[in-house]
Design a protein around this ligand. Structure first.
Ligand SMILES: [Zn+2]
Length: 153
Protein backbone atom coordinates (compact mmCIF):
# COMPACT_ATOMS: atom_id res chain seq x y z
CA UNK A 1 0.00 0.00 0.00
CA UNK A 2 2.83 2.41 0.89
CA UNK A 3 4.68 1.78 -2.33
CA UNK A 4 1.55 2.46 -4.37
CA UNK A 5 1.99 6.11 -3.31
CA UNK A 6 5.25 6.35 -5.21
CA UNK A 7 5.19 7.92 -8.65
CA UNK A 8 7.40 5.15 -9.97
CA UNK A 9 6.68 2.44 -7.42
CA UNK A 10 9.66 0.21 -7.10
CA UNK A 11 10.04 0.10 -10.84
CA UNK A 12 12.72 -2.54 -10.91
CA UNK A 13 13.67 -5.63 -8.97
CA UNK A 14 16.61 -3.88 -7.31
CA UNK A 15 14.34 -1.21 -5.81
CA UNK A 16 11.89 -3.85 -4.60
CA UNK A 17 14.73 -5.91 -3.15
CA UNK A 18 16.09 -2.83 -1.37
CA UNK A 19 12.67 -2.00 0.07
CA UNK A 20 12.12 -5.54 1.34
CA UNK A 21 15.69 -5.92 2.63
CA UNK A 22 15.59 -2.62 4.51
CA UNK A 23 12.20 -3.46 6.02
CA UNK A 24 13.27 -6.92 7.19
CA UNK A 25 16.55 -5.58 8.55
CA UNK A 26 14.81 -2.83 10.55
CA UNK A 27 12.11 -5.22 11.80
CA UNK A 28 14.75 -7.74 12.87
CA UNK A 29 16.73 -5.04 14.67
CA UNK A 30 13.53 -3.97 16.49
CA UNK A 31 12.75 -7.51 17.64
CA UNK A 32 16.34 -8.21 18.68
CA UNK A 33 16.16 -4.97 20.65
CA UNK A 34 13.23 -6.44 22.61
CA UNK A 35 15.19 -9.65 23.19
CA UNK A 36 18.00 -7.52 24.64
CA UNK A 37 15.55 -5.76 26.94
CA UNK A 38 14.73 -2.54 25.10
CA UNK A 39 11.23 -1.08 25.25
CA UNK A 40 9.61 0.93 22.49
CA UNK A 41 10.90 4.46 22.01
CA UNK A 42 8.28 6.60 20.31
CA UNK A 43 10.58 9.61 20.05
CA UNK A 44 12.95 7.69 17.79
CA UNK A 45 11.43 9.22 14.69
CA UNK A 46 12.11 12.79 15.83
CA UNK A 47 15.83 12.67 15.04
CA UNK A 48 15.90 14.33 11.63
CA UNK A 49 14.20 17.31 10.05
CA UNK A 50 11.86 16.42 7.15
CA UNK A 51 14.35 17.74 4.60
CA UNK A 52 17.01 15.34 5.94
CA UNK A 53 14.93 12.16 5.71
CA UNK A 54 15.99 11.35 2.16
CA UNK A 55 19.58 12.55 2.53
CA UNK A 56 21.55 9.32 2.67
CA UNK A 57 24.64 11.18 3.94
CA UNK A 58 22.62 12.15 7.02
CA UNK A 59 20.69 8.91 7.45
CA UNK A 60 23.73 6.67 7.00
CA UNK A 61 25.76 8.71 9.49
CA UNK A 62 23.19 9.50 12.21
CA UNK A 63 20.44 7.06 11.32
CA UNK A 64 17.02 7.59 9.81
CA UNK A 65 15.64 7.40 13.36
CA UNK A 66 17.35 7.56 16.74
CA UNK A 67 15.80 4.24 17.73
CA UNK A 68 14.70 1.20 15.79
CA UNK A 69 12.42 0.62 18.80
CA UNK A 70 9.99 3.18 17.39
CA UNK A 71 7.16 2.20 15.05
CA UNK A 72 8.01 4.02 11.84
CA UNK A 73 6.29 4.01 8.46
CA UNK A 74 8.23 3.62 5.22
CA UNK A 75 10.18 6.78 4.44
CA UNK A 76 8.75 7.83 1.09
CA UNK A 77 10.27 10.81 -0.68
CA UNK A 78 7.92 13.56 -1.84
CA UNK A 79 7.07 13.52 -5.55
CA UNK A 80 9.94 14.63 -7.79
CA UNK A 81 12.44 14.14 -4.97
CA UNK A 82 15.24 11.63 -4.74
CA UNK A 83 14.31 8.62 -2.65
CA UNK A 84 16.58 7.91 0.32
CA UNK A 85 16.44 4.85 2.51
CA UNK A 86 12.95 3.43 2.95
CA UNK A 87 13.73 2.14 6.43
CA UNK A 88 16.62 2.56 8.89
CA UNK A 89 19.70 0.67 7.75
CA UNK A 90 21.46 0.97 11.09
CA UNK A 91 20.47 0.89 14.72
CA UNK A 92 19.90 4.32 16.17
CA UNK A 93 21.99 6.48 18.46
CA UNK A 94 19.54 5.87 21.31
CA UNK A 95 19.75 2.11 20.75
CA UNK A 96 23.55 2.16 20.87
CA UNK A 97 23.49 4.23 24.04
CA UNK A 98 20.90 2.02 25.78
CA UNK A 99 22.81 -1.14 24.89
CA UNK A 100 26.06 0.42 26.09
CA UNK A 101 24.38 1.19 29.43
CA UNK A 102 22.98 -2.30 29.77
CA UNK A 103 25.77 -4.41 28.38
CA UNK A 104 29.10 -2.57 28.52
CA UNK A 105 31.48 -4.76 30.51
CA UNK A 106 33.71 -3.27 33.18
CA UNK A 107 36.01 -6.24 33.75
CA UNK A 108 38.71 -4.39 35.69
CA UNK A 109 36.40 -2.13 37.70
CA UNK A 110 35.48 -2.58 41.31
CA UNK A 111 31.70 -2.37 41.89
CA UNK A 112 31.76 1.31 42.90
CA UNK A 113 33.92 2.13 39.85
CA UNK A 114 31.53 0.30 37.55
CA UNK A 115 28.66 2.25 39.08
CA UNK A 116 30.46 5.54 38.41
CA UNK A 117 31.07 4.54 34.80
CA UNK A 118 27.40 3.62 34.40
CA UNK A 119 26.45 7.03 35.83
CA UNK A 120 28.68 8.69 33.23
CA UNK A 121 26.82 6.85 30.48
CA UNK A 122 23.45 7.76 32.04
CA UNK A 123 24.41 11.45 32.28
CA UNK A 124 24.29 11.66 28.49
CA UNK A 125 20.51 11.10 28.59
CA UNK A 126 19.51 14.79 28.05
CA UNK A 127 21.03 14.73 24.54
CA UNK A 128 18.26 15.26 21.95
CA UNK A 129 19.29 12.17 19.98
CA UNK A 130 18.72 10.08 23.13
CA UNK A 131 15.14 11.28 23.68
CA UNK A 132 12.86 8.53 24.97
CA UNK A 133 9.13 7.94 25.20
CA UNK A 134 7.70 4.53 26.08
CA UNK A 135 4.33 3.03 25.16
CA UNK A 136 2.46 4.76 27.97
CA UNK A 137 3.76 8.14 26.77
CA UNK A 138 1.82 7.98 23.51
CA UNK A 139 -1.44 7.54 25.40
CA UNK A 140 -1.08 10.26 28.04
CA UNK A 141 -0.75 13.06 25.45
CA UNK A 142 1.78 15.03 27.53
CA UNK A 143 4.38 15.06 24.75
CA UNK A 144 2.80 15.68 21.33
CA UNK A 145 6.03 14.47 19.69
CA UNK A 146 5.62 10.97 21.18
CA UNK A 147 3.78 9.13 18.41
CA UNK A 148 3.77 5.83 16.61
CA UNK A 149 3.84 5.56 12.81
CA UNK A 150 5.25 9.01 12.15
CA UNK A 151 8.50 10.39 10.79
CA UNK A 152 8.35 13.89 12.21
CA UNK A 153 10.45 16.23 14.18
ZN1 LIG B 1 8.11 -3.79 19.46
Amino acid sequence: MATSLLSDPLADDDALDTYIYQYLRALTAHEVGHVLGLRHNFLGSTLLAPEELNDRAATRQRGLVSSVMDYFPPNLAPPDSEQGDYFPVTVGLYDQWAIEYGYRPFPQALPHQAQQQLQQIAQRSPAPELAYAADEDIWNFIDPMANAWDLQQ
